[in-house]
Design a protein around this ligand. Structure first.
Ligand code: ATP
Length: 317
């Protein structure tokens, strides 16, 4: 049961090429690029060498095709991606503020992406899997949340494991039941992959130390905390705290860094690597991603990461 799966949105992303321009006047865009946090994540699992699959839905259109064909080419099991007639593939328009922040216009909930369900093909995929990755963005989408909850329960009941990236973007605002969903997932999470404030929000704590303590006490096996250009840290009872500095790169487009980090970290750990090595691969995967424009364009194979780490003079171990 080495198969890792996720359930969630597949989108195309279309990005403004001018920093600072809004959506209120015509301008140049680049794309469509294959995207959706769960799709980026699962693509990186496969490219790193892990067995990977996704439960999702696309429309019967070119935006769906570029996604499915990219995932298939990179080795992801696409048998549980449904094609929904009469609804377009999900999309997101992105613009960049001068301070580096991003604003999105999403078309997800009412697109094919919001139609991902536990179909027969999805249940067959879940039945073969030993790990489910939960994306906060996916369980903010009402129809998808139920499928995700079922996948988690099935895999967990069989002794499988769960990772959770609480990447909840403000545009995909949580309903009132959001906190309960977060708590329900935290209760079964083996690996938590927060970034920045998400650690404090997830734990409802004021400091990093208090948050880590509370989450490990909940039974979460390990935490891999993403710190952007400051690198990352691992926390667990077994290994304590392990820090890993970031690689020095020129950031072109931050999209996808957290997803690629999480996928490389999880797949490294599932392959039996120690946290220090898993963080090194994860930081390298995140760093390579930000040097490429496009959410899924910087996904790396393990060999590419080995070369990148060696070129930076860092120890692969
Ligand atoms: P996103 O939501 O944009 O996908 P995130 O907030 O979940 O990202 P980040 O902390 O931004 O995650 O990035 C994940 C990892 O990628 C970082 O821990 C770091 O190792 C690497 N990384 C991200 N940005 C940079 C950067 N500018 N330079 C070097 N490494 C980076």
């Amino acid at each position: 049961l080495g198969l890792t799966i996720t359930v969630g949105e597949i989108l195309v992303e279309i990005m403004a090429t001018t920093v600072g321009a809004g959506f209120l006047s015509p301008q140049s865009f680049v794309g469509p690029f294959p995207s959706g946090a769960p799709a980026i994540f699962i693509d990186q699992v496969a490219r790193f060498g892990g067995a990977a699959g996704i439960v999702a839905a696309v429309g019967a259109d070119d935006f769906g095709t570029i996604n499915v064909e990219r995932l298939r080419a990179d080795g992801v099991d696409v048998s549980a991606i449904a094609t929904i007639q009469g609804k377009p593939t999900g999309s997101a328009f992105v613009r960049y503020r001068p301070d580096g922040a991003r604003d999105f216009v999403f078309n997800i909930t009412h697109s094919a992406a919001g139609e991902a369900r536990m179909t027969e093909a999805a249940r067959a995929l879940v039945a073969k899997s030993g790990h489910v990755h939960v994306m906060g963005s996916a369980f903010a989408i009402p129809g998808i949340a139920a499928a995700l909850v079922e996948a988690v329960a099935t895999v967990k009941a069989r002794g499988g494991s769960v990772s959770f990236d609480p990447n909840i973007r403000k545009e995909l605002a949580q309903a009132d039941e959001g906190r309960k969903l977060v708590d329900d997932v935290l209760a079964v999470t083996d690996l938590l992959l927060p970034s920045g404030d998400e650690l404090l929000v997830a734990a409802d704590a004021a400091t990093e130390e208090a948050a880590v303590e509370r989450l490990l006490n909940l039974g979460i096996g390990e935490i891999a905390l993403k710190r952007g250009s400051a690198g990352s840290s691992h926390f667990s009872r077994q290994f304590g705290r392990v820090d890993c500095p970031a690689f020095s790169v020129e950031e072109i487009d931050p999209t996808g860094a957290g997803d690629c980090f999480g996928a490389a970290y999880l797949t490294s750990r599932r392959a039996g690597l120690a946290p220090a090595r898993a963080l090194l691969y994860a930081n390298a995967a995140g760093a390579r991603t930000v040097t490429r424009q496009g959410p899924m364009e910087g996904v790396s194979s393990r060999e590419e990461l080995d070369e990148f780490i060696a070129a930076a003079g860092r120890e692969v171990g």
